[in-house]
Design a protein around this ligand. Sequence first.
Ligand code: AMP
Length: 387
Amino acid sequence: MTILPGSTLGVLGGGQLGRMFAQAAQTLGYRVHVYEPQAECPAGAVANREFNALYADAAALQEFARGCDVVTYEFENIPAAPLEQIGSLTRLYPRPGVLEICQNRLREKTWLRREGFPHVPFAEVTADGDLAAAVRRIGCPCVIKTADFGYDGKGQQKVTDEAALERAVAQFAGQHVVVERFVDFRCELSVVVARSAAGESRAFPVAENIHTNHILDFSIVPARVNEAIRREAEELGRAIVERLDVVGLLAIELFLAADGRLLVNELAPRPHNSGHYTLDACVTSQFEQHVRAVCGLPLGSAALESPVVMVNILGDAWQWSEGKVVAAPDWAALLADPKTKLHLYGKKEPRRGRKMGHFTVRDADVAVALERARTLKAALLAPATRA
Ligand code: AMP
């Protein structure tokens, strides 16, 4: 079943991922409706229609779903009931069962273990369970993570010794958590894979990701690992997408452990921050590929046209004084660079740690692109450069 250009695509969630999805869909001639509880969201600003209502608002959901030929989502924290309702009224991809697994760490890890995919050893601790015993079983250092939704390091605590364990026991008291071995990794990688309803799948080139304070800072493509590892990551990604029966996109975050093994850290059934580089450096972007996949169009080429480095721009890049923004970053150097593209998400209010935009730097030599990216980022953050 092909959903042809001119049809209406719905997206649950109105953040930057929904915005870039909507822009890609509109480039292919689709109309886009966005459902997002908060008004004036980044995706709503570019959508053909914006629904601002709660996920518990069955009447609004019904009107939204009835107006869409297919619905997808741009974030994972969507309750089951609205998905069920939408699924009964129109097509919904990736199927809700995929989201159910990916929106809960414990379910995700249990699924990886059951299906035999390489993952970080973990132990489950129920709300009334013995956290200290689980930490001793897994061994220190380890990381405690809430079983339920968490992102960008939220709800996580590293435990390195008895004192930290004591603090963690108090902090996570009464919570359902996962205790995970701390991985001594060489680097973090990710691969975004698209799969169509016809079963065709395509992986984007593997990205190497550098996080700062648990938030993605730089994505480097191609990842600076050998070809065999890149191929292994892509094959692993494709195998997971097949096994999960995904229609749409799935991002797979991986650790390359010190012993050379790839371990799956997280799955996200949607476009991913580490795939933003595809907008400027691939024949088809992850957003266009997502549109193609959920509409049953042939998938586009995921080939890399140039090595590239993507840098996130957080609200921290604004000039702050006593908790208030006093000046926007100076975009001049970014805008003047012939190999750089700036993407801003139209968010009105910068906040520390909030993703406001990103930029990409291309160069035939990825080391040169990384160096340039670091220089441009430093210039953005340096108040001295501001007029
Ligand atoms: P997550 O929210 O699970 O993706 O974790 C955010 C970041 O924390 C990861 O990208 C890693 O940089 C770090 N991290 C999470 N879990 C581990 C682990 N088991 N070992 C080492 N680093 C971790």
